[in-house]
Design a binder for this molecule. Structure first.
Ligand code: GLY
Length: 565
């Protein structure tokens, strides 16, 4: 009887415990593999693939499709993103599956007759949808580096969508809001409802049959299951009916690209991150180069000097990002070699006044706040292959529109382009040329999937959602581990700030910066703004003494979790 009770506890209570209390362990240990994602069910899908002999790319594909079901706020097949892959032989490569502007897109797509930005049009209308890249990116990564059959990697997501999974409190809070949106947000009205028409309650099984069918087509037909045939037909029909501009031709022409990683260094560490069309890697490497020039052994973490220096590094990196970066296929002269050199960092560092704040100058370029609902996951397998993957719908639930027949939500990534040429203002609109809209161009991103290596093997695998804040939260977490010697979970939870050149202010995590430090920073000329949280980081680090990986999911994640074995 006692044994039966134990068995019953494991079968009934443990899954519930894992579902609702996934963040109980601040860190998780794994010798043979680790997956850390924004949803513990998706992490588990990835680990199961590793246990079946799949490699880190296989596990990442399965986790990404699972997140499209269990974390639909940002996990997706209707958006795009980036993979950084470090192979066990020490070679690093990346995949760019960023969304593209449709063929019918024009530079004035979001402007009125006077050439002004129509407020909200680049994020809240059907024209804000970029041609999705996720399925193409995952498929290309599989063709190049996968080891298990493709259908086996999509099937767990089909199962989750078809058979359902228990609604969590985290999802439920959003489900209530989304279900009340007006008719323009067609797919959201019934997205979280059961067959009786009620919003699915916490603990109740939530099924997504339309998404299961779309995923089955992707399982059976691979890339073409999304970009050709009935899914492509329905996307075009939906776009036509709603006034959108994406066509079957856009979908047929979409391809993901394998690109060289951006490489930097910090002391004994090598840093690999995403090159344009993401700005993340360039800005991260520029800031790490700046930090290398400071004597951080004498600068205490979270002190006034620390916050000032970090904010000034951010101010400079974000100004450079805005001025220079865009899709490399449309800007062959991007000065990446200049921006990521130690010499350039020295020039930038020499202009930092350690006694007072610099002024962000509107004659230079600025930044808009943008979507914070991206998601990141980190994976490592038993052979030491590591994946850092960040993908997104841009805003939370993207444009909040999509065909109910297909069951997935479209991104609103066109909002990441600069909307009006030449118009840069202190509110944050940017008008620099490299990131203006053009047909088939990829919009500039801030996603910063990163792998730090030591002695040729992965030492830290890290990334985050958070729009422009992604770059800065990844930067500070890397610095926390490499310079301030923090364990991965501590590094993720430690106080973060964000400065993005414009608006000229330091955002800081409320309650984590002392009033004295804030006063001192204000006396130096900084403007400060408290925010509840910065970043939802998902990281893995390697402990060389124990020979074990440590995974940690940010406590800001509602349903996230690290699973190792
Ligand atoms: N949508 C957020 C980014 O790409 O930076």
């Amino acid at each position: 009887m006692k044994k039966l009770n134990v068995v019953l506890f494991h079968f009934l209570c443990l899954p519930i415990f894992i579902l609702f209390y996934s963040n109980v362990n601040a860190q998780t240990y794994g010798k043979n593999g680790m997956v850390v994602s924004d949803n513990v069910l998706a992490s588990k899908v990835g680990i199961d693939v590793l246990k079946k002999g799949g490699n880190a790319i296989d596990a990442s594909i399965a986790t990404a499709f699972a997140l499209a079901v269990t974390h639909p706020e940002a996990g997706n097949i209707g958006g795009g993103g980036f993979i950084v892959l470090m192979k066990s032989d020490g070679n690093v490569t990346t995949f760019d599956f960023r969304e593209k502007a449709p063929l019918k897109a024009t530079p004035d797509l979001f402007q009125d007759a006077d050439g002004n930005l129509i407020e909200g049009s680049n994020h809240e209308t059907i024209k804000a949808v970029g041609v999705p890249g996720t399925v193409a990116g995952l498929y290309l990564a599989h063709q190049k580096y996968g080891s298990l059959p493709w259908p086996d990697l999509v099937q767990p997501a089909v199962d989750l969508a078809e058979n359902g999974f228990p609604m969590t409190w985290g999802l439920y809070q959003v489900a209530l809001r989304m279900s009340e949106l007006d008719d323009a947000y067609d797919i959201m009205k019934n997205y979280f409802r059961n067959t009786e028409g009620s919003v699915v309650q916490p603990g109740e099984t939530w099924k997504q049959p339309a998404l299961a069918k779309t995923l089955s087509l992707i399982r059976d037909k691979g890339h073409d299951g999304f970009y050709k045939g009935e899914v492509a037909e329905e996307i075009e029909a939906y776009m036509k009916a709603k006034g959108g501009i994406i066509t079957k031709e856009d979908l047929a022409k979409y391809s993901a690209i394998e690109r060289k990683p951006l490489k930097g260094s910090y002391k004994d560490f090598e840093i690999y991150s995403m090159a344009p069309p993401s700005s993340g890697g360039v800005a991260l490497i520029e800031m790490m180069n700046l930090m290398e020039l400071a004597d951080l052994k004498k600068i205490e973490f979270n002190s006034t000097t620390y916050v000032h220096l970090v904010a000034e590094a951010m101010r400079r990196a974000f100004a450079d990002r805005a001025e220079h970066l865009g899709d490399p296929d449309f800007n062959p002269e991007l000065p990446l070699d200049m921006l990521t050199t130690k010499e350039f960092a020295k020039m930038r560092f020499d202009h930092i006044d350690m006694s007072k704040a610099s002024l962000s100058d509107t004659s230079r370029y600025g930044q808009l706040y943008d979507g914070s609902s991206t998601t990141h996951f980190s994976v490592v397998d038993k052979d030491g292959n590591a994946v850092s993957l960040t993908y997104t719908l841009e805003h939370s639930y993207g444009v909040k529109m999509g065909s109910s027949k297909l069951g997935f939500i479209f991104n609103n990534e066109m909002g990441d382009f600069n909307p009006v040429a030449g118009v840069t203002n202190s509110r944050g609109q940017i008008g620099s040329n490299p990131n203006l809209i053009a047909p088939e161009k990829r919009m500039l991103s801030s996603m910063t999937p990163t792998i730090v290596a030591k002695d040729g093997r992965p030492f830290l695998i890290i990334g985050s959602p958070g729009g422009r804040t992604i770059i800065n939260t990844v930067f500070q977490t890397v610095l926390n581990v490499l310079e301030y010697d923090m364990r991965i979970d501590k590094a993720i939870e430690a106080m973060k700030i964000h400065h993005q050149w414009f608006p000229d202010e330091i955002r800081y995590e409320r309650h984590l910066l002392s009033p004295d430090t804030r006063d001192a920073l204000e006396l130096m000329g900084h403007k400060l703004r408290p925010v509840n949280n910065l970043g939802v980081l998902m990281g893995i680090s390697y402990d060389p003494k124990l020979g074990v990986y440590i995974g940690a999911s940010d406590s800001a994640s509602k349903d996230g979790g690290a699973v190792g074995y």
